[in-house]
Design a protein around this ligand. Sequence first.
Ligand SMILES: Nc1ncnc2c1ncn2[C@@H]1O[C@H](COP(=O)(O)OP(=O)(O)OP(=O)(O)O)[C@@H](O)[C@H]1O
Length: 228
Amino acid sequence: MSRAVLQARGIGMAYGTRRRPVTALHPTDFTVRAGESVAVVGRSGAGKSTLAEILLGLRRPSAGDVLVHGEHFCGHARGPRAHLRHVVQGVPQDAGASLPPRVPVRRSIERALLRLGVDGDPRARLARAAETARIDPALLERAPHQLSGGQAQRAAIARAVAVGADVVVADEPTSALDADTAAGLADALLALPGRTGGALLLITHDDALATRCDRVFTVREGKVEQSR
Ligand SMILES: Nc1ncnc2c1ncn2[C@@H]1O[C@H](COP(=O)(O)OP(=O)(O)OP(=O)(O)O)[C@@H](O)[C@H]1O
């Protein structure tokens, strides 16, 4: 069995106030292993995005902890640890907004590589990541607002691969794209575990896409269950 890259230990989320909590996620445990793809499906409002935000360290859970490579990453008592942030990367639906504005994408990714002290020539590393993300390298010379939604998502995949992410969390990445673009993006995402050895967590409403993943988690009214 391959090594655990991401572990949820009792993570739960209640919005609202202490007196009137609204449970979005019941305490949940699961492990995601290197090289696997996991789909997260469920009806609108079930708690999928809440789960994604917690795993990415963007939202502090009301309970529980997230471990990365067996090390504490974030949890109810503490925000994400900086030295592990790059290990879990997101590909959001509005990927353009997640990239630094007005700066050519290449520059912002290369800066991130230097900041993280990633080995090797940033340019060569990014060229390989662009290939994995199936994005034309010329598009990386543009600022995020000069990219289409699908191109920005590929740029976000390239960033994740370049910084050495071991877990990519994609939250409904294909839902705003036309059928051809969505199919191309889905192929690029599903190929990631095989190419990088990392894991993919794919939140989707698309059953056909979910069945292409190794496992499927279903979220029902905040309860996460493995359905396949
Ligand atoms: N900031 C917030 N404050 C209060 N309640 C929230 C907040 N964000 C989400 N919720 C509630 O938590 C529940 C889960 O929301 P979440 O966005 O995680 O669902 P989802 O499964 O991602 O839905 P969708 O598929 O429509 O994106 C919903 O009932 C939602 O109304």
